[in-house]
Design a protein around this ligand. Sequence first.
Ligand code: SF4
Ligand code: FES
Length: 249
Amino acid sequence: MKLTLKVWRQKSANDKGRLETYQLDNVSEHMSFLEMMDVLNEQLIAEGQEPVAFDHDCREGICGMCSMYINGEPHGPDRGVTTCQLHMRKFNDGDTIYVEPFRAKGFPIIKDLVVDRSAFDRIQHAGGFISVNTSGNTQDANAIPVPKDDADKAFDAATCIGCGACVAACKNASAMLFVSAKVSQFALLPQGKVEAKQRVLNMVEQMDKEGFGNCTNTGACEVECPKGISLENIARMNREYLKASLSAE
Ligand code: SF4
Ligand code: FES
């Protein structure tokens, strides 16, 4: 495949940034999108130019690092996949592909396609955990029955990999899908009930502090989420939040 790439280049957080055009002449349709970016970088290094900075780690859809906004969609045109799982066969020979970073106030650009998603870590630190008694008297997990439906929904919510595509897809740069997945995975289980009230209040407060926008039910987050996290989680988080706010007074 021959491709024209329009890639966002930005030297640092303070640089204005611009799209640069690159030609690639020998891309295999079997390559992943990140492998194609590796080919671009090898070409740039051979020409004495600076390679494009981009985040990646597992390259198998687990870590959530590969944040790229491809042709106007986080993780590109395929559904249910991350950028590292996107294959070049989804594009055509001769295509022009735009590659940009995830854009949101809460995700400041560090360099080129790399954004700072530590806001998600701070939201997690605010309440995305359960406290467990490790005194030696810990209860056997199987001693607490959990209805199958609740266990399945909690598991589905827990598959969120924190990639941030939901934020990048949202016109309000809302982080509600991510935060609601993290709230839901505990809200549905008995183990999460103990700290439920403080968890939702603290996580939502931190989400607002980080500069993420509000949810206006557009649903773009659910469409672009590589893990199929459902909007149902946002409804559940809103109920949890209301319940916690009313009982806090
Ligand atoms: S909800 Fe989906 S899109 Fe958002 S961070 Fe989690 S996995 Fe990524
Ligand atoms: S590199 Fe880990 S999910 Fe893509």
